[in-house]
Design a protein around this ligand. Structure first.
Ligand code: HEC
Ligand code: HEC
Length: 437
């Protein structure tokens, strides 16, 4: 039965993708070189011919980063699954990607990419993804993957014309490496154009009231939160605070909790609502213990800095009953012990690496209506469920029961009466994405 469902879904995916192959961006008049690069990038983003033919699901970037391709509705370049689907191979019959696909709006502003900070640039991410598991390739198949990428780029006459327009090169005279680098650059440039427009009810509220949109240079996140809170109170006491549709008194109450007792703004810093850093909120522990039993994550043996081989297959996997040592330790896999800004003065390698257990990149909170489910494991679907879970995890952290839980997790205080206001505030961070096309 399961097999039949998988085959059926694979067929649907294939059909969706077949239409993607013939998709061509409309040609604009009087285009600039920049837009030729972006247009090429968008086309490459939607091309499924870079994925392996040996699996059962052809894939393009747009397969998991959808905008308006799906009848289920608009997405902020994310998909609908808890964990994205990958091509199943006879040597690796998995169906699920390691993680939930996040929005890629505003990725141009992120210093490192992926929940675990695997990639330092969008260009590296594109190359790594074209030759990786999202496209159905197995570890060790990189050379084969790039040979196929190169073949598509050089044998498609339309691409040759587009490379000429975008980069003034003839791909037939370039080395394989240079061609793939230019293609990756085009996709990266396309992604840099994918930005939130800052037109949400929250943004309108901030502008209408002349409130600060982001911390000043050098201003810390807590100082900024204090300043914003003080300005809100001052305007409110003078009865000058303007509310608006989509940002009502409930959302205002939520914003105040967000900036104060709920402690959200120390990590979710405006305007993108991320500090671009990594924190352990106990999400990996929660998933692991749900499968293996309470307290099991705390007891799991994790090697220290001298023995650990990172990134690690075992510690970069989601937990299953079958493989009890598999777990996702996030940024632990990639943190550079010597150069990371997260390292505290005087901290040893051992202590620092331990502290990185289960840390994940703080996601943006913009446009969440278009990227659910939430968290790296895609385990929660509504703001209310997420807030109740954060309340529970913060209580566990205060009781010392989250292994290497972030210090700021223990400082989250969510009263039951904060849940509806916080949810209304998160709602106010959504834009009307359908206006953009
Ligand atoms: C099989 C589904 C799948 C495909 C295909 C796929 N992605 Fe992703 N993408 C994901 C998932 C899942 C993540 C989260 C990965 C992680 O954090 O480990 C992600 C993360 C990203 C991110 C990082 C976002 C952030 O905030 O750090 C970018 C950018 C991105 N993908 C772009 C691309 C591009 C470009 C392609 C095509 C070359 C692509 N993706 C193909 C599923 C996919
Ligand atoms: C210590 C830093 C920190 C604090 C404090 C914090 N968050 Fe987060 N938040 C994160 C990280 C990191 C993740 C991703 C965790 C994961 O997937 O493992 C996250 C995930 C989320 C998500 C899911 C977003 C998505 O796209 O999946 C929401 C919503 C969210 N936080 C809202 C809040 C709210 C509301 C508060 C205050 C009650 C809060 N956060 C407090 C760091 C923080």
């Amino acid at each position: 039965m399961l097999k039949r469902v998988l085959l059926f879904t694979a067929a649907v995916f294939w059909l969706c993708n077949a239409s993607v192959i013939v998709w061509r961006a409309p040609l604009a008049q009087g285009r600039s070189v920049q837009s030729a690069v972006v247009r090429l990038g968008e086309q490459l983003f939607r091309d499924n011919r870079f994925s392996t033919s040996e699996g059962d699901l052809p894939a393009s970037c747009s397969h998991c980063h959808l905008y308006d391709e799906d009848p289920q509705g608009l997405r902020a370049y994310a998909d609908f699954f808890n964990r994205s689907w990958v091509s199943s191979r006879s040597q690796d019959v998995r169906r699920l990607e390691l993680r939930n696909s996040p929005t890629i709006l505003d990725v141009g502003e992120m210093p490192r990419l992926h929940y675990d900070g695997e990639f330092a640039s969008l260009e590296d991410l594109v190359k790594g993804t074209w030759a990786g598991r999202p496209m159905g390739w197995l570890p060790g198949e990189e050379a084969k993957a790039y040979a196929q990428t190169h073949k598509v780029l050089t044998q498609d006459a339309a691409y040759r014309t587009q490379f000429k327009a975008a980069f003034d090169v003839d791909v037939l005279t370039l080395s394989r490496e240079n061609t793939i680098n230019l293609a990756a650059k085009a996709v990266a440039e396309f992604m840099r154009t994918l930005k939130s427009r800052r037109t949400s009810p929250y943004d309108q509220f901030v502008r209408a009231n002349g409130l600060p949109e982001a911390p000043a240079t050098g201003e810390s996140a807590p100082a900024f939160a204090q300043k914003l809170l003080a300005q809100l109170s001052a305007r409110e006491s003078r009865q000058e605070l303007k509310l608006m549709p989509g940002f009502d008194s409930l959302a205002l109450q939520g914003l105040k909790a967000f900036l104060s007792t709920a402690n959200c703004a120390v990590c979710h810093v405006p305007p993108l609502f991320t500090d671009q850093s990594y924190h352990n909120l106990g999400i990996s522990q929660r998933e692991y213990d749900q499968i293996h039993g309470a307290g099991k994550f705390a007891a799991l043996s994790i090697p220290g800095a001298t023995e650990a081989k990172r990134p690690s297959r075992q510690f970069r996997e989601f937990p299953t009953r079958k493989n009890p040592s598999d777990v996702d330790l996030g940024h632990w896999n990639f943190v550079d012990l010597k150069t990371s800004p997260l390292r505290r003065a005087g901290e040893s390698d051992e202590r620092f690496l331990q502290r990185m257990i289960g840390t994940f990149k703080t996601p943006t909170l913009r446009n969440l209506n278009y990227s659910q489910p939430y968290l790296h494991d895609g385990s929660l679907h509504t703001f209310e469920d997420l807030l109740h879970e954060f309340k529970r995890l913060s209580e566990l952290a205060r009781a010392g029961q989250i292994r290497e839980g972030d210090d700021e997790l223990a400082r989250i205080n969510i009263a039951e009466s904060d849940v509806a206001p916080l949810a209304a505030f998160l709602q106010s961070l959504n834009e009307d994405l359908k206006k953009y096309r």
